[in-house]
Design a protein around this ligand. Sequence first.
Ligand code: SAM
Length: 241
Amino acid sequence: MNWRASVLTLFPEMFPGPLGLSLAGRALREGRWAIDAHDIRAAATDRHRTVDDTPAGGGAGMVMRPDVLDSAIGAVMPEGDARPLIYLTPRGRLLDQATVRSLAEGPGCVLLCGRYEGIDQRVIEARGMVELSVGDYVLSGGEPAALVLLDACIRLLPGVMGAADSAAEESHGAEGLLEYPHYTRPAEWNGRAIPDVLLSGHHAEIARWRRAESERITKERRPDLWARHEAKQRGAGGMDG
Ligand code: SAM
C-alpha cells in the first residue's frame, strides 16, 4: 500500500498546497503517496460548528475541544490504523532527519494541526499522540508545520528522488554532518573563483576537500551536531577496536 497522510485541520484547502507541485507533486500524481485533508469543524455538533472554548483557569485565547478532536480523529483513523498520530506543536520534540527517515519507512501518518492556543491536553494523552515541533518559534497554526514534515518525508519515499538528487551525501545524513559548499559555472563570478581542487578532476582530493569542509562547517555552525558526530565516531572506534 502507498504511503498515506491524513491531515486534520480547520483549513483543508491548504493541502496538498505546495506539495502538489515539483518533486512531491509528481510523486503524488504517480501514486507514490496519497493525502486526504479533513475539516475538524465537520466533527462539531452544535449549530455554530464550534471547535474551541475558553481556557480552563482563565487566560488569553481559545483551546480546541477534546470531544470534537476525538471524534474528528475517529473518523479518519479506523481501528487498527498503524499510522502514528502526530500533533504538531512548538512544545513537541524537534523534528529531525532520523524521525523523518523512520516516518518515511512506515505506512504514513495522521497529522493534527492546532490553531488558537492549542488543543486540550486530555485528547493528547487519550489518543497517545506523538508531539513534534518543526522549530523553536511559534507559528499561527500547525498547517505549515505539517507541510514541512510531509515534504521531508515524501522526498525519501522510494522512487521520488532520482539518482541525480540522491539523499546519500546531504546534510543530516548517517554521519550527522552538514553538507559541504556547492559551486557551478561560471568558473569565475564577480571576482570569486571556484576552489581549484573542484576543477582538478582529482576525485580523491575532491572527496577529501568536501569532507574537510563538511567538518569545518558543522564544527562552526552546529557544535551540538559536531559533539554528537564525535561521540558516534568514538563509539564506532570503540566497537571496532
Ligand atoms: N500556545 C502555544 C504555545 O505557546 O506552545 C502555541 C499555539 S500556536 C499559536 C497554534 C498552533 O500552531 C499549535 O497548536 C500548533 O499546532 C502550531 N504550531 C505553532 N508553532 C509550531 C511549531 N514550532 N511546530 C509545530 N507546530 C506549531
